[in-house]
Design a protein around this ligand. Structure first.
Ligand code: ADP
Ligand code: MG
Length: 774
């Protein structure tokens, strides 16, 4: 009976989450073994038997010697706990061992901020490595990759494992060295760029990344869901982007409402008939007879009307830097699709940056899905459990906190107007601060951070602002946000990975003092588009059983409500400008659910298109690997043109012919793939026009892209044979039309909240056309 009710309770509490009972039993057993290990000076060698390894210590354990089935046992838990205690001075809590076991089983664990997920991830990585797997720990940025690798290094050392890390500045040699370690820490973008760069290698000796085996994803919701659609791009050969200064100057003169309108969600901008006339007169063209001009006008208008400096991007050192919407920080090297990037540069009157042909691209989702084994950890996983299952076949294990959370989450303070809200916010901050309690203010964008900080300074307070403009000091500032009297203003805190200790450091006396004041108080200046991001912010307070509090301020003029609540508005305010009606809270969470639904639909739609592309890419890369590592190319050429093959062999020798055949086939394979990518993106664009004629765009896309792929394979062969017949092998092949891009570079295309470029452009063209008909 007890068992049944437990089971039902679990279903009611956490739909779809993994049952922890088996893990908890193992952890309990491990607890009984602990004392026995404590006093032994040499736990490692003798206890190695227990986990099936013949030796754990100074040397790497031969992967074949390990009884992989012992990893994850109670003995294993006891040994790694003791190893962590000795190597790091931190004895893993029961909940951390349970988290490790769930991850070893291939789940995403939800553990609150400050529960020690870095250690859990390292224990898990060690487990997989001792099973003989190569492990990549996927971090959200370079700083965290390096910090975590260095922090956990003594633990790996104690277990006889090696660890390495990769940063943007790492050289190819350093990268190769890091990848041969048992465990490698790297930011997701670096992993992806290495995969893409390897894509262009023509000599196996130049390859950097080994075959993917296990990915342990930190901040899993951020990487696997929020950034899943972000394409990592490899571009090459310089091709100057179109300069759009005239367009920028033109749209600057247009006014909203009269010349153009913006849709309710702020995702699209449309020219009115009046605006169309004005633009046509100014440019002296018939706008819709010239798609190239329409595109330029629309891009300029988009940059002008929908993208806001200091909200969507900042300008620094004469360049446009995007702000990553999900983390509120400058995303290095991220850029919009070329046209939009150039339009924003023109708007800001900057020189156009270099653009290039896209040689290959890979979404973060596809990058992670290459790994046969995936697991992850984050403070907020349950809210995206459906997506994790749908896109990665992952399940969520909700690990309870080590100490119960005593943070007080106050109900939202709701106001009719933004002014009333801001006024109340300032008062609240000043009041809390007056008691000495540290206050962390989470804002929705940088402009708001700056504005708020300015207002606080005007009141004589001294806030520290943490935003994309000073992310170099990020970790340091966050770590100090728990100090007595600190006021920290920051854009979104999700995925920042730095722990906020009360007192701002390790001194216990200061920590106790701040705890006595009530701990960290978190104030959100608005609800995010997803309740998960709200939870990430709240979670900054009340870590490890600390006292703490949180509250969100909301106004009826917040974008969340204006964009996602179609007709309904908030209930009336009381005399003091505060909304107290219970229905308001319902409306706010409703708006969040609508926003989450819209984002999920965009994710699904992108995935429907990319899935096919990824399959083709995967298949082609397998062919490429065979060519790169074997004599496939030579055999194909021999079969296709035996005469020529013999002739060449006699002239320059068998080895040289084999090398040339490989070089020729790889060149055409890469070239044709680049062209195929271009074709698919044109196709997708055209398909949307057909969608207006009521055909299912996805079906149409699939119907055409599959034969196009087959035709591409034939084309690779045809071109290769043609080159092989003509080539002069005594001369450099580069000079005979096989020149590869002289330089390649990589970047991330910012996950585009406005839909893809063609979605935007086409919906606007369609909108303008519809309007014109009337
Ligand atoms: P999370 O990623 O879950 O937010 P971190 O891994 O950054 O948390 O760890 C938060 C803090 O908790 C770190 O200072 C770490 O040293 C500490 N910590 C983690 N596990 C333990 C443990 N078992 N015993 C003591 N301190 C721990
Ligand atoms: Mg962390």
């Amino acid at each position: 009976m007890a068992r049944v009710t437990g089971w039902i309770r679990r279903l009611l509490d956490k739909p779809g989450s993994v049952d922890l009972a088996p893990f908890q039993r193992i952890v309990a057993e491990a607890g009984e073994l602990e004392a026995g290990l404590r006093d032994r000076t040499e736990i490692m060698p003798s206890d190695a038997d227990r986990i099936g390894a013949d030796r754990i210590g100074a040397d790497r354990i031969g992967a074949d010697r390990i009884g992989a089935d012992r990893i994850g046992s109670a003995e294993f838990c006891a040994v790694v706990r003791e190893a962590a205690r000795r190597a790091l001075g931190e004895r893993p809590f029961d909940v951390q061992l349970a988290g490790m076991l769930a991850m070893l089983d291939g789940h995403v664990v939800q553990m609150a901020t400050g529960e020690g997920k870095t250690l859990v991830g390292a224990l898990t990585a060690a487990g997989f490595a001792l099973r003989g797997r190569r492990v990549h720990v996927v971090s959200v940025n370079d700083y965290l990759a390096r910090r975590d690798a260095e922090w956990m290094a003594p633990l790996y050392g104690a277990l006889g494992l090696t660890v390495g890390w990769i940063a943007e500045s790492s050289t190819p040699e350093e990268r190769r060295a890091a990848y041969v370690s048992d465990v490698t820490y790297a930011a997701v973008s670096e992993l992806g760029f290495d995969v893409l760069r390897d894509r262009m290698c023509t000599d196996p000796a130049d390859l950097v990344v080994p075959a993917p085996q296990v990915a342990i994803v930190d901040e899993a919701d951020s990487v696997l869901v929020d950034e899943a659609r972000v394409p990592l791009v490899l571009a090459g050969s310089a091709d100057q982007g179109v300069a759009l200064p005239e367009m920028a100057a033109l749209v600057r003169r247009l006014s909203r409402g009269y010349h153009y309108t913006i849709d309710e969600e702020g995702r699209n901008v449309f020219l009115t008939p009046k605006g169309t006339d004005t633009v046509e007169k100014a440019l002296g063209v018939d706008l819709y007879a010239d798609p190239g001009v329409v595109t330029q006008v629309n891009l300029a208008l988009h940059a002008h009307a929908l993208l806001t400096r200091d909200v969507d991007y900042i300008v620094r050192d004469g360049r446009v830097h995007l702000i990553n919407a999900s983390r509120g920080r400058v995303a290095m090297l991220q850029r919009w699709p070329d046209g939009l990037q150039a339009a924003v540069e023109a708007k800001e009157m900057l020189a156009a940056s270099e653009t290039g042909e896209i040689l290959d691209s890979l979404t973060i989702q596809s990058l992670i899905r290459r790994y046969p084994e995936i697991c992850g950890m984050t403070g907020t996983a349950l809210a995206v459990a459906d997506q994790l299952r749908e896109f990665y076949d992952l399940r969520v294990a909700v690990i309870p906190p080590n100490k119960p959370c005593v943070r007080v989450d106050e109900p939202d303070r709701i106001f009719a107007t933004a002014e009333d809200k801001e006024q109340a916010l300032l008062e609240e901050i000043a009041e809390r601060h007056a008691t000495g309690r540290p206050v962390l203010v989470g804002t929705l964008d940088i402009a708001e951070s700056e504005r708020l900080a300015e207002a606080l300074r005007a009141k004589g307070l001294d806030p520290v602002v943490l935003n994309a403009k000073n992310d170099a000091r990020e970790a340091e500032v966050v770590a100090r946000a728990g100090a007595r009297g600190a006021i920290t203003v920051s854009t979104q805190m999700a995925g920042r990975g730095t722990d906020i200790r009360l007192g701002g450091g390790r001194a216990e006396e200061r920590e106790r003092e701040v705890a006595a004041l009530g701990g960290l108080y978190v104030i959100g200046t608005g609800r995010h588009e997803s309740s998960r991001l709200d939870d990430q912010l709240r979670g900054r307070a009340g870590r490890q059983g600390d006292p703490g509090g949180s509250v969100f301020f909301v106004s009826g003029q917040d974008t969340l409500l204006t964009a996602y609540l179609a007709d309904e508005s908030l209930p009336a305010t009381d005399a003091d400008g505060v909304v107290r009606d219970r229905h308001a809270a319902y409306l706010i969470s409703h708006a969040q659910r609508v926003a989450e639904g819209v984002n999920l639909e965009i994710h699904r739609n992108t995935w429907r298109y990319t899935r096919l592309l990824e399959r083709q890419r995967g298949e082609l890369m397998e062919r490429r690997d065979k060519v790169l590592h074997g004599d496939t190319a030579a055999r194909a050429m021999l079969a296709a043109c035996p005469e020529r093959y013999r002739e060449l062999t006699e002239a320059v020798g068998a080895d040289a012919v084999q090398r040339a055949a490989r070089q020729i086939v790889l060149f055409h394979l890469d070239r044709c793939w680049t062209e195929h990518l271009g074709f698919l993106s044109d196709l997708r664009e055209g398909i949307h026009l057909r969608a207006l004629g009521r055909l299912n765009p996805l079906d149409e896309f699939n119907k055409e892209s599959v034969p196009a792929y087959r035709a591409m394979l034939d084309e690779i062969e045809r071109r290769s044979i043609e080159t092989f017949e003509k080539a002069d092998l005594t001369r450099d092949l580069d000079e005979q039309g096989l020149r590869r891009p002289s330089a390649t570079w990589t970047y991330l295309v910012q996950d585009n909240p406005f839909g893809s470029e063609w979605d935007r452009i086409l919906s606007r063209v369609a909108g303008a056309l519809k309007r014109r008909k009337r």
